[in-house]
Design a protein around this ligand. Structure first.
Ligand SMILES: Cc1cc2nc3c(=O)[nH]c(=O)nc-3n(C[C@H](O)[C@H](O)[C@H](O)COP(=O)(O)OP(=O)(O)OC[C@H]3O[C@@H](n4cnc5c(N)ncnc54)[C@H](O)[C@@H]3O)c2cc1C
Length: 482
């Protein structure tokens, strides 16, 4: 009997855990005997996924939901037996607002889903001027840009839809996902679908309309799910279920063990073995390594093996953000608290980036009679506010809420969650640099990268990329060089 192949996954966020699960499944399917270990530096599993339960309040320090339109998230939920726990956003109050020229204005529904609807709601919302709306429509007529060079997200959106639509509507929605500056973000890396639609249909709107009519059946099937979904007990339930499943499958899970460095132990007849040195001075060896750590950690770990890959990964910058949860007795809340919340375009030069009325969006997150709000600050170029201590930060956020939507009540619960160097920024040239790093790394067979730093920051992206990383490892073990 051949001895099992060993793989060490470094990083126990959703990417590392999803990779470990996919490794076990794919190894079983391909008849590969496998021993898998996951190493996590922190004492908790799940990385950015952190749910807090405070009496009857459920707050999410990091992500609070995920897209149902990217199948990997829902598939993992089903696989882990959590489908019963899935919750949709509250259908009855589904409105979103943008703060524009001194007041909150409702965003046209189709825009929130990035699907073009009727022109009427666009005009009625007042978010764009008449000229601005007409300029959006020009997308149907403008020729496609056939250049293959990377373009910033800001330039791409301005070119297709005009400056006003970019600054007043799309910038806060798109940049919010990446906590990024659209002037520096790569369109290809952040919103590849838009770039593909332009190439395929010559127009984003035409492409979306075509995709929508082609997907009528699928849309009916998926209609049970709103665009964003979450889990009733909080997203950490996904992590708990993953840990349970991995343990039951014999995966070794070690938390509180930061990896210090990596080295090649041996390389004979095309078979590589690596040493993983831990900060406590111990080491373990493996035939394959999956690095599911943030890019700046991965860069340091890889530098001794390949300075080229290390240098390229180090070039992926990270933005810092904070989420602030505030709870109020609903009876004392005044102001315009409506819908799911609002976003604030960069052009408004305010400190608040967005606010979600969590308890209106997900009624299970707070007991009735309480309003739970979640506010975002920080992001690329807007990080100065994070220098404030918690108390001053909350005061600043409260002042913003009062000015923007008239919410002047005193919160009965406050929580500040800081996320330093948490959001990878896919800057111009990101995908080219990534490809070069992977080429440099390919010399080391069985060493694979995954995680939010590379091809999508959302939870479903991380799960999908984890499965692809696992596939590379299993193919390598099966004798197919990746
Ligand atoms: C505030 C915020 C809100 C967000 N909101 C959403 C949302 O609503 N929906 C959504 O889909 N996405 C959201 N995201 C993005 C998403 O949460 C992340 O992109 C995703 O969780 C990242 O997962 P990951 O496993 O790749 O990385 P991480 O979660 O960062 O995991 C990496 C792990 O590696 C560990 N590690 C680091 N160094 C070492 C070492 N030397 N040795 C061992 N382990 C190490 C870390 O401790 C960490 O646990 C949000 C992110 C943030 C910060």
């Amino acid at each position: 009997m051949t001895s099992p192949r060993t793989v060490v996954v470094i990083g126990g966020g959703i990417s590392g855990l999803a990779t470990a699960l996919a490794l076990m499944e794919q190894a079983k399917a391909r008849g590969v005997a496998l021993r898998c270990t996951v190493l996590e530096a922190g004492h908790a599993w799940g990385g950015k996924i952190v749910t807090h339960k405070i009496r009857e309040l459920i707050t999410e320090a990091g992500p609070d939901s995920f897209l149902s339109t990217k199948p990997a998230g829902l598939e993992l939920v089903a696989k882990l037996g959590l489908t019963q726990e899935l919750i949709n956003t509250n259908e009855s109050g589904k409105k979103a607002f943008v703060y524009s020229r001194g007041r909150l204005r409702e965003l046209p529904e189709g825009l929130i889903a990035f699907t073009p609807g009727q022109i009427g709601p666009f005009l009625k919302s007042g978010v764009l001027s008449f000229r601005g709306v007409l300029r959006v429509g020009l997308d149907f007529m403008l020729p496609a840009n056939r250049s293959t060079s990377d373009e910033s997200l800001a330039s791409f959106v301005r070119r297709r839809f005009g400056r006003e639509a970019f600054e007043r509507m799309m910038e806060p929605l798109m940049a919010g996902i990446y906590a990024g500056d659209a002037e520096q973000m790569s369109a290809r890396a952040t919103f590849p679908r838009f770039v593909e639609l332009e190439q395929a249909y010559g127009s984003i709107l035409r492409g979306m309309l075509a995709a929508r009519s082609a997907n009528k059946g699928g849309a009916r099937q998926a209609a049970r799910r709103t665009m964003f979904v979450s889990l009733k007990p909080g997203l950490e339930a996904l992590v708990t279920a993953l840990i349970g499943r991995l343990s039951s499958q014999g995966v070794t899970l070690r938390s509180g063990v930061p990896v210090d460095s990596l080295r090649v132990r041996s390389h004979q007849l095309g078979r590589w073995t690596y040493d993983v040195m831990l900060q406590d001075g111990s080491a373990l060896s493996a035939d394959s390594l999956v690095l599911a750590t943030p890019a700046f950690v991965t860069a340091e770990l890889l530098r001794p093996l390949t300075p080229i890959a290390g240098g390229l990964l180090e070039m992926i910058p990270y933005a810092s953000t904070a989420t602030i949860a505030l709870a109020y007795p609903a009876s004392v809340v005044g102001g315009s608290i409506e819908g799911f919340g609002f976003v604030v375009p960069r052009i408004e030069r305010r400190e608040l980036v967005a606010a979600t009325w969590t308890s209106l969006k997900w009624p299970h997150r707070a007991p009735s009679g309480q309003l739970l709000a979640r506010c975002y600050v920080g992001g690329a170029g807007r990080e100065a506010i994070l220098d404030l201590d918690d108390e001053a930060l909350v005061e600043r956020v409260k002042a913003e809420l009062k000015e923007i939507c008239g919410l002047a009540a005193k919160p009965t619960y406050m929580e500040v969650n800081r996320w330093l160097k948490a959001m990878p920024q896919y800057r111009l040239g990101h995908l080219d640099r990534l490809e070069q790093a992977e080429v440099a790394l390919s010399r080391y067979a069985g060493v694979v990268l995954t995680g939010a730093a590379y091809r999508g920051v959302g939870i479903p992206d991380c799960i999908r990329e984890g499965a692809l990383a696992a596939e590379k490892v299993i193919r390598y073990f099966s004798g197919e060089r990746h």
